[in-house]
Design a protein around this ligand. Structure first.
Ligand code: VG1
Ligand code: CO
Length: 543
């Protein structure tokens, strides 16, 4: 076995986006591409000599090959040990947990999350640091600089490791430990939640459907829901991870999880429905006839988390990403909890969690999590909901109605415009940026603008500042619109428009979101000149 030092070839600088580096699978498969990005990452963290890592992925096409390459590179770079999930599988929250539990130096997740998988679809690599969370901005910046200057990568010429058998293997001087992907994660969940109470709920006839969307949560949900908690077989559907997620988008929202949504809105709906994404860090929550927006879910979890054993002492605070609705702020305000607004992307929650300033975090894109790991965690959110349902003995619909009657309702919707030509998307954003200063006091679509700015985040823990994190426009009557460009797309630009309208506790909470948000949407179409700028006003996906 010999270490090969291979020159970088045509690899160009690459900047990780909102959540790691995401590209077309064929790009990652080009000779040297994955290798250069991995080497740049190892260089950026000061090398791999003597270090320990966790590696696993969501099972998409190219997952196994990429892991073999990365193991040989870790060995050639002097790493002491790598922990890998059996079959190459690990969910993002499971990786975060394993990094923390084993005190490793970091870990890699191979996933493009909710993006589709396959040779003609997407692949991705995320690097997480020793606290278990996504690499913070100073590290992603160092990675980017390395990708621009890298001249060679190191790889061991060695046979592939058999990832199908649990136990230890050796590759050069490096030890590889192949572990069951579910065991440690399940043990953590059993500590946080009242499994006996949830088991009794199912034993009493409570029904549920969990759509794993052919992605990584299948084995986790089957073991925990149908195994440990005794839910009937068939509760978990699409439970076997497939390389192309059954040809769909493993994105847990009413559009991509339509089959589940249709069932939940039908006469034969089970009591509770949920879904999760490709790498298991997101969740969708839906009751019988009652879809719960991710922003509302965060607020309900914040108001009720103390009902679960892991949170019975109460919460230190709640953080939400800036585009997420202010529903959780209303809860924090009333309960006297810390309340934080961060840029999009889980990496911005890490410092707040490490400093003990917040216990729960959430994003409007269906990511919810707590200080139990340093990632969002889909199945965790589902189990917390189950624990709350078991304690309260009410339906999801009743819990939502009660929540709105207490805190008011933040009507909310995100409209995505996909594959917009990059120049047109940038021009639209710049057009709005140019109006920000003069906007307050002006009227658009019949609404008076009360505030307008571009969000900069000042991290209260380390003092770092992140600029250009989205355009915010506030309207009279607690309406709000946010505009930003996605950092995870792989084709053109994706423009995200986030619409919000608050209705106080005593107001009507039964409007359809489209109706409640019409005025804010009209204002956005006006201030962006959307038809002029991108030639359309109808979004591709509404969630
Ligand atoms: C999207 C979401 C964001 C999320 C990110 C990664 O980013 O909006 O909230 O953190 O995906 O999620 P963007 O830049 O496309 O809006 V995922 O599940 O990697 O893990
Ligand atoms: Co994800």
């Amino acid at each position: 076995m010999s270490i090969q030092i291979i020159s970088k070839g045509p690899f160009d600088g690459q900047k990780p986006g909102t959540s790691g580096l995401r590209k077309k699978t064929r790009v990652f498969m080009e000779p040297g591409y994955l290798e250069c990005f991995v080497q740049a990452t190892l260089n950026a963290i000061g090398g791999a000599e003597g270090k320990t890592f966790v590696i696993g992925g969501d099972g998409r096409f190219f997952n196994r090959e990429a892991i073999q390459t990365m193991l040989k590179m870790a060995a050639a770079n002097g790493a002491a040990k790598v922990i890998v999930g059996q079959g190459g599988l690990l969910s993002t929250p499971a990786v975060s947990n394993l990094i923390r539990q084993n005190k490793t130096d970091g870990g890699f997740v191979l996933s493009a999350s909710h993006n589709p998988g396959g040779i003609n679809a997407d692949f991705g690599v995320k690097y997480n640091v020793s606290n278990g969370g996504p690499a913070p901005e100073n590290i992603t910046q160092a990675m980017f600089e390395q990708t621009q200057t890298i001249s060679e990568y190191r790889i061991l010429e060695a046979a592939d490791v058999d990832l199908s058998t649990l136990g230890f293997a050796q590759i050069g001087e490096m030890q590889v430990e192949i572990i069951d992907p579910v065991t440690d994660y399940q043990a953590l969940m059993a500590q946080l939640f009242d499994f006996d109470k949830i088991r009794a709920l199912f034993a009493g006839g409570f029904t549920m459907r969990f759509d794993a969307m052919h992605a990584v949560t299948g084995p986790y949900a089957t073991a925990i829901l149908e195994g440990a908690l005794g839910a009937p077989a068939g509760t978990v559907i699409n439970a076997v991870p497939s390389e192309d997620f059954g040809g769909g988008h493993p994105d847990p929202n009413p559009v991509w999880a339509k089959v589940l949504m249709d069932e939940m809105m039908s006469d034969t709906a089970p009591d509770f429905g949920a879904a999760s994404d490709g790498d298991g860090d997101r969740n969708m929550i839906v009751g019988r006839g009652a879809y719960v927006t991710p922003s509302d879910s965060l607020a309900v979890l914040a108001a009720n988390a103390h009902l679960a054993p892991g949170y019975k002492a109460g919460l230190a605070g709640v953080a939400r990403s800036m585009p997420t609705s202010a529903a959780s702020d209303k809860v924090a305000e009333r309960l006297g909890l810390g309340c934080f607004e961060t840029p999009t992307g889980w990496k911005f929650f890490g410092n707040l969690l490490d400093a003990g300033k917040v216990t729960l975090c959430g994003e409007e894109s269906a990511g919810t999590g707590s200080d139990h790991v340093r990632e969002k965690d889909g199945l965790w959110a589902v189990l917390l909901w189950l624990n709350i349902l078991a304690e309260r003995g009410q339906s999801v619909g009743e819990i939502m109605a009660d929540h709105w009657a207490t805190y008011g309702r933040n009507y909310y919707s995100r409209h995505d415009y996909e594959a917009v030509p990059v120049e047109a998307a940038n021009a639209l954003m710049q057009g709005v940026r140019d109006q920000l200063d003069a906007a307050p006091g002006t009227t658009h679509g019949g609404l008076v603008i009360t505030s307008a700015d571009e969000f900069s985040y000042h991290d209260p823990v380390d003092g770092s500042v992140s600029h250009n994190q989205g355009l915010r426009i506030g309207f009279e009557g607690e309406g709000r619109a946010v505009l930003r460009l996605s950092g995870t797309g792989t084709e053109g630009a994706t423009l995200r428009v986030y619409l919000e309208q608050y209705a106080p506790a005593e107001a009507d909470h039964g409007l359809s979101p489209d109706v409640a948000l019409k005025a804010v949407r009209d204002a956005v179409l006006s201030i962006t000149d959307m038809q002029e700028r991108i030639g359309r006003t109808d979004p591709d996906v509404k969630t």
